[in-house]
Design a protein around this ligand. Structure first.
Ligand code: RB5
Length: 138
């Protein structure tokens, strides 16, 4: 079965989310669905519940800075959400941290770079080895 990829944003990430959904057509879009103001934590909690309940699934969250989404997502046991600002860091949060949620700063990243980061997030595997015991200590 194909790996499920969930995506959600608040109003500040709505436009970037729409562009990513148009490009990555199989994403499961959990809202928000307009530019109207909403609370990022509601969308982070819904997405992390879905990722937790679906083995091997991944999530993508977008808010203005990415910080609120990161804080909310990482409250959930088993979620390792990483806020990135470059393709290099995106690669490392998969290889070293086995991140299962990618967080993007919608107001501080160009759409093309966001697309690139998402592609890398989806394609990069966890290296395990020495990183496994570090993750187990979180
Ligand atoms: C919304 O204005 C903004 O505060 C939110 O998107 C996010 O940046 C919070 O961390």
């Amino acid at each position: 079965m194909e790996k499920k990829i969930y995506i959600a944003s608040d109003h500040a990430g709505y436009e970037m989310k729409s562009k990513l959904c148009a490009y990555f057509k199989t994403f499961i879009d959990l809202g928000t669905n307009s530019n109207a103001s909403v609370d990022y934590a509601d969308f982070a909690h819904n997405l992390t519940n879905n990722v937790s309940q679906n083995e091997d699934s991944l999530g993508i969250l977008i808010c203005g800075t990415g910080v609120g989404m990161s804080m909310a997502a990482n409250r959930k046991k088993g979620i390792r959400a990483g806020l990135v600002n470059s393709p290099e860091i995106t690669r490392l949060i998969r290889q070293h941290n086995n991140a299962n949620v990618l967080v993007l700063p919608g107001r501080f990243m160009a759409d093309e770079e966001a697309k690139n980061c998402v592609q890398i997030f989806l394609e990069t595997e966890f290296e395990a080895g020495r990183h496994k015991k570090r993750i187990e200590k979180i």
